[in-house]
Write a protein that binds this ligand. Structure first.
Ligand code: FES
Length: 106
């Protein structure tokens, strides 16, 4: 099972297992990662699952789709070039070890 590392803004990290095909957001919730509220349940319409993708994973994760791109403008913390909504990141075996940093707030 792929593993994802969530890094808190203060630097503390938490590793969780993610079912292939599930979203990174779902893996965080199932794994008990705090800092992702996911109010809309994964519909790309709340921006409370905002994460920053570690630079070395950017190519593999890819960029946001059009709807996600629009919604990222409403994130509580400023979006950055590596911002994604974690509900829109589908986990594959190739993303084993993915590092996602949580924003200060959602
Ligand atoms: Fe709402 Fe991701 S859970 S945008």
């Amino acid at each position: 099972m792929p593993r994802i590392v969530f890094v808190r803004p203060e630097g503390e990290s938490q590793e969780v297992e993610a079912a292939e095909g599930a979203s990174a957001m779902r893996a965080a919730l199932v794994g008990g990662v705090s800092g992702i509220t996911a109010d809309c349940g994964g519909e790309a319409s709340c921006a409370t699952c905002h994460v920053y993708v570690a630079e070395q994973w950017l190519d593999q994760v890819g960029g946001p789709g059009p709807d996600e791109d629009d919604m990222l403008d409403f994130a509580a913390c400023q979006r950055q070039p590596n911002s994604r909504l974690s509900c829109q990141i589908r986990i594959t075996d190739g993303l084993d070890g993915l590092v996602l940093t949580l924003p200060e707030s959602q």
